[in-house]
Design a protein around this ligand. Structure first.
Ligand code: SF4
Length: 573
């Protein structure tokens, strides 16, 4: 049995709901989509008190099951106006599970800024947050640990979230207590700011009880063995997600200079310094960590700790999408520059994808040259200081593009496109068009699928398969990077959930969970007023041929939607 907390911020009352086995299984992104749709919040002001902010952990939360302790955060997005689920690694989901919590919802809005502390004895306190206001996330985390001790995990609303900036995510503690794992996308940090919750502090405890603990522990060991013998996992551990830059640069799908090119350097022109190969070698020479677990127990360790020339940490982690959007897309060629900007973004608690895309739009608008590191740092300074410009820039790529009248503004549903140019990496492009989440590669990424010569139906088939499996992973607190194992062992995964929760779910539950999630999300967005045209790529993707492939986007929203309708007709039932 797990518990779920309904936290009323106006009255500071907490209602505790018991979650039976099945309720704890239908978690994360599914739970968020169903709850928000059932509550009818599609039309509310996303920064108003009627927009609930949900934190949900999966069925294995609190255990040492590798990569199964992610925390999903959900609400109506103030960035897109549609549904939002953003999930984060780190120790927050573990801490919730250790307190036998499936999650909690923040309802209403507090009058004064508060820190909510969930204690291991089941009690809770609302503390005045005044002393933490305005701090960067690293100082804030340090101060929170000084007050609450080392054995807690944190979810922090950073300084940009305090000012309702739509770049803001919610920062969660990593395994070394860095507040560097973000539920990043969609402006969820602004929703936390609108509720005047500066931080949620959760006591770390011990592994919770499970229905059949012995069987769960056997599952933990078997899953670990499967990861160990999987080649894709080994590569991810060695090179991290940064290795994706080597691939996308090679095929011409890397965003460079505000999506005006797909390649930063030709294969015969030397190593891509912004890629996984170069970064791994340099980082190891300097004494950094090429492999690092963002959450306790993760054996994939795709994360890293990036060191400077003197061996001192600059940031953890450097991820591919940040290298792409905040790096090559802004004209950077030296990963040291990117790493420092990444650190600044982490300290501000902002989404590096949205921020990178926004900064490239500023460069395209002529405010500075691509690659102007000093200007990019000054953008961060303005956002931190909350100047008039900083407040505008903190509203994200779509609004900044509108303001400066930049034709090349790479957004879908007002959320920045991730580091996969949809002219070349077409399945991921279709996923980013169709998902209710706004452009988000994590909803259905298939960057290595060979697309050339294939029609819309073939690509939609692949996209839908990925979208379902990603929605399932996001609903079970599983990191998608374990998918080469997880998706190949569905019966084992579902049996392990049954062992953990005492449920009798059939293997079909696994895909059903993802399918139902997509349906609820589509329903929510329809009720929020979205139509087919909102799925269209920006016009420049159809007009401008991308170097070096010279490809333009092939598919418009109407034909992709028709193909998706066909897919549902063939697969529903
Ligand atoms: S695979 Fe990477 S992102 Fe996923 S939980 Fe492990 S370290 Fe974190």
């Amino acid at each position: 049995m797990r518990k779920y907390l309904h936290i009323d911020l106006n009255s500071q009352a907490v209602r505790v709901e018991d979650f039976s086995g099945e309720q704890a299984a239908y978690a994360g992104r599914y739970f968020i989509a169903k709850t928000l749709t059932d509550m009818g919040v599609a039309k509310v002001d996303p920064l108003g008190p009627e927009n609930p902010l949900i934190f949900s952990a999966g069925p294995f939360a609190g255990s040492s099951w590798s990569n199964a302790n992610r925390t999903s955060v959900g609400c109506k997005s103030p960035l897109t106006g549609g549904i939002k689920e953003a999930n984060s690694g780190g120790s927050f989901g573990l801490a919730l599970g250790q307190l036998h919590l499936s999650g909690f919802t923040l309802h209403g809005a507090s009058e004064q800024w508060v820190v909510i502390h969930l204690h291991k004895d089941g009690s809770y306190t609302f503390d005045n947050a005044e002393e933490f206001m305005g701090q960067g996330n690293f100082d804030c985390a340090k101060a929170l640990h000084e007050k609450y001790g080392p054995k807690v995990s944190l979810a922090i609303c950073g300084p940009v979230g305090e000012r309702l900036g739509l770049l803001a995510g919610i920062a969660m503690s990593d395994t070394d207590r860095r507040p560097a794992r973000l539920a990043a996308r969609g402006g969820v940090g602004a929703v936390m700011g609108a509720k005047k919750v500066k931080a949620v502090v959760v006591d770390l405890n011990k592994m919770p009880t499970f229905h059949d603990r012995k069987k769960v522990m056997r599952g933990v060991k078997k899953y670990a063995a499967l990861l160990k013998e999987d080649a894709a996992i080994t590569t991810l551990k060695d090179y991290g997600t940064a290795m994706m830059a080597d691939y996308t640069n090679h095929v011409g799908g890397l965003p460079v200079n505000n999506f005006s090119s797909g390649q930063q350097i030709g294969s015969d022109e030397g190593p891509l310094k912004m890629g996984g190969d170069f970064i791994r070698e340099q980082n190891m020479e300097r004494g950094g960590q090429p492999s690092h677990a963002c959450m306790p127990g993760c054996l994939i360790e795709c994360s890293n700790v990036y060191a400077d020339a003197d061996g001192n940490e600059i940031v953890s982690p450097v991820e591919y999408e940040t290298l792409g959007l905040m790096g090559t897309n802004c004209g950077l060629t030296d990963p040291d520059d990117l790493a420092y900007l990444n650190y600044l973004a982490n300290d501000l608690g902002i989404d590096t994808i949205e921020t990178g895309a926004m900064m490239a739009v500023l460069l395209d608008a002529g405010l500075a040259e691509f690659g102007d590191v000093a200007f990019l740092k000054s953008v961060m300074d303005e956002i931190r200081a909350g100047t008039e410009q900083g407040l505008l820039w903190a509203q994200g790529t779509a609004r900044v593009g509108d303001h400066y009248k930049v034709h090349r503004t790479p957004v879908i549903k007002k959320q920045a496109i991730s580091a996969y140019d949809p002219r070349v990496i077409e399945v991921t492009g279709i996923s980013m068009m169709m998902t209710a989440q706004g452009a988000d590669h994590t909803t259905g990424n298939a960057p290595k699928y060979e697309c050339s010569g294939k029609g819309v139906d073939e690509l939609v088939d692949i996209s839908m398969e990925m979208q379902i499996l990603c929605a399932t992973a996001d609903s079970l607190g599983l990191c998608v990077f374990g998918r080469s194992v997880t998706n190949e062992h569905v019966e084992f995964m579902v049996q392990s959930i049954n062992d953990a929760l005492g449920t009798e779910l059939a293997p079909s539950f696994f895909r059903e969970l993802g399918r139902e999630t997509l349906k609820y999300e589509a329903q929510f967005n329809k009720e929020a007023g979205f139509t087919e045209i909102d799925d269209e790529l920006p016009a420049f993707f159809y007009e401008e041929a991308l170097y070096p492939s010279e490809q333009v986007a092939r598919f418009h929203a109407d034909e992709v939607n028709a193909s998706v309708d066909r897919w549902w007709q063939q697969h529903d039932g």
